[in-house]
Design a binder for this molecule. Structure first.
Ligand SMILES: Nc1ncnc2c1ncn2[C@@H]1O[C@H](COP(=O)(O)OP(=O)(O)OP(=O)(O)O)[C@@H](O)[C@H]1O
Ligand SMILES: [Mg+2]
Length: 254
């Protein structure tokens, strides 16, 4: 049985009158790929931002290896973030910084690395890993959407975190590029031994590589299980979500 690396317990989050998370419970198992699915606007990004401590829950607990992230101050969060990589939904690179400086940023800020050649070496190694060698001096505006996602991924894993959260890593990419990003996530998981959490609309991709699928709906995790469990489940919302998603995917190809 895999260890649980992140435990979300009874998390509530509202913005004003707008209730988003209404008692979320979720276990993220170490070494696995967990996919979080759910319709747009349901609170998936809000959930991930709570896990990394960018947002604080109104109530509830979020344990990273038995330490409650929800109660940490900024200094403690900075420390814990060395363990958690995050690929933002829009890849969120700093436009005014070169690719090299974007990837160096967490290495300097979080790990305190200062040595120029060590930093350059690490950046080159990361760019090799995401199959974009030699683009250090380019700026984000010069990159395609797929390349930006790859650089975002390189930055998310730069500090060699134990867990990486990917918010819609393939949205907006064509199916071939999407598959190549999926391949990179598999590599991060299997070869670099990082636990991965992936928010995705791409249900085919979720079924291809997730070990666990969690459905967020109406502010709670309504289902969490293996892809096999998901296909066999009689949960109405899940069934509806899966069949609708497959129908959408099929209609895009005809
Ligand atoms: N900082 C914020 N302040 C106020 N409302 C917010 C904030 N962040 C998110 N929301 C609201 O919370 C809801 C959930 O947003 P969230 O981004 O988590 O959805 P999502 O499930 O990730 O959707 P998508 O699949 O489109 O990315 C939305 O109604 C959004 O407007
Ligand atoms: Mg989102």
């Amino acid at each position: 049985m895999a260890e649980t690396i992140v435990k979300v317990r009874n998390v509530y989050k509202s913005f004003g009158e707008h209730k988003i998370l209404n008692g979320v419970d979720l276990d993220i198992e170490e070494g696995k790929i967990t996919a979080v699915i759910g319709k747009s606007g349901t609170g998936k990004s809000v959930l991930l931002k709570n896990i990394i401590g960018i947002l604080k829950p109104d109530s509830g607990e979020i344990f990273f290896k038995d330490r409650d992230i929800a109660k940490m101050n900024e200094r403690e969060l900075l420390e814990i973030r060395k363990n958690i990589g995050y690929l933002f939904q829009d890849a969120a690179l700093f436009d005014f910084m070169s690719v090299e400086d974007n990837i160096k940023f967490p290495l300097v800020e979080q790990l305190g690395m200062k040595n120029g050649s060590e930093l350059s070496g690490r950046v080159a190694e990361l760019l090799d890993l995401v199959e974009l060698p030699g683009i250090e001096k380019k700026f984000p505006s010069e990159l395609s959407g797929g390349m930006r996602k790859r650089v975002g991924l390189a930055r998310a894993i730069a500090v060699r975190p134990k867990i990486v959260l990917f918010d819609e890593p393939t949205t907006g990419l064509d199916p071939i590029l999407a598959e190549s990003i999926d391949g990179l996530i598999d590599m991060v998981n299997k070869e670099l031994n990082m636990t991965c959490v992936v928010i995705s609309h791409d249900i085919a991709s979720v079924f291809r590589h997730a070990d666990k699928i969690a459905l967020l709906y109406d502010g709670v995790i309504q289902f969490c299980g293996t892809p096999k469990d998901a296909l066999a489940s009689n949960h109405e919302v899940l069934k509806h979500f899966i069949s609708n998603s497959f129908r959408c995917a099929a209609s895009e190809t005809v």
